[in-house]
Design a protein around this ligand. Structure first.
Ligand code: HEM
Length: 265
């Protein structure tokens, strides 16, 4: 905190007192610090990812496609950063984790409201994930992300504004319902990819979205791989089956037609 007699310095500007004062291991075990810092660092990157995703979605909705590309490229780089971050946590062994795991009690990444907002912003509207946020301080933000059109919904509306045939029920719908793939949407993306010269910016958008989903898939994979390495097949502290639940998440497809249309080439 800057005081009237001292000029602003590095720590003041970054609020490092608060950030570096927020690690409170409960177990007294050496390795708990790694666990806390890893989660906090990932939450910070998620904060930025969400900030950028909201901006990119608003840009796509307002036909500002070029600025959206720059922002989406940044989100993909953040995701890649998060993918590599697993290397540090993978140095945690089962006996090390077992020593402090009981202190988490029922705490779990499943309750990460920022992560849930990212999933919703990318279109994975899984209603079962809402319950844990009920009555919690960030419930409103989670619900707002759940009820808003996703980045992909906005991309499809952009395709329609550019004259491509996107079914009406993809342009206006209950945004809380999970996205269902559509053959007509697949044909619209195919038209873009078959004639990039005519649809250059939509073609680039398709590739930016594919980059983003690729990076996110890697994050999911590295998570489940690290979890299996650290806890084997024990249930999660958040009440799921653990590795089996996380493996099922690997099948989530965010932008289905962008993957499906590739078979046609
Ligand atoms: C040793 C380290 C870790 C273990 C053993 C672990 C374990 C698990 C398990 C078992 C789940 C399923 C939910 C449950 O029943 O708890 C889960 C979910 C989750 N974890 Fe981790 N995790 C670890 C590290 C992390 C880190 C560093 C993050 C980053 C913030 C994270 C974020 C998440 C998120 C966002 C979910 C929800 C995933 C979804 O619903 O698709 N986890 N974790």
């Amino acid at each position: 905190m800057s005081t009237p007699d001292l000029p602003m310095d590095y720590s003041d500007y970054l609020h490092l007192e608060e950030v570096l004062g927020a690690q409170h291991p409960l177990s007294g075990r050496h390795d708990e610090m790694l666990f806390i810092v890893q989660h906090q660092a990932m939450e910070l990157w998620m904060k930025l990812a969400l900030h950028e995703l909201r901006a990119a979605t608003a840009d796509v909705a307002a036909d500002r496609v070029q600025p959206a590309f720059k922002t989406l490229a940044r989100v993909s780089r953040i995701m890649e950063q998060l993918v590599h971050a697993w290397d540090v946590l993978a140095t945690l062994t089962p006996p090390e984790y077992t020593e402090f795991r009981p202190y988490l009690a029922t705490g779990s990444g499943f309750q990460s409201w920022q992560y849930r907002c990212i999933e919703f912003a990318l279109g994975n509207k899984a209603a079962r994930a809402l319950g844990v946020h009920e009555g919690r301080p960030h419930e409103e933000q989670v619900l707002a992300a759940y009820r808003s059109p996703s980045l992909y919904d906005e991309a499809l509306r952009l395709l329609a504004r550019r004259g491509l045939r996107v079914p009406q029920d993809r342009l206006e719908r209950d945004w809380t319902s999970p996205y269902e793939p559509s053959e007509e949407v697949e044909r619209a993306w195919l038209e873009v990819y078959r004639d990039p010269a005519t649809h250059w910016d939509l073609y680039e958008l398709g590739e930016e979205l594919t980059d983003l989903e690729s990076a996110f898939r890697l994050w999911r994979f590295r998570h489940v791989n690290t979890v299996e390495r650290v806890i084997g097949f024990k249930p999660g502290t958040g009440g799921t089956s653990g590795v089996d639940y996380l493996r099922a998440m690997l099948d989530v497809v965010l932008f289905p037609e962008l993957w499906r249309m590739r078979t046609s080439f």
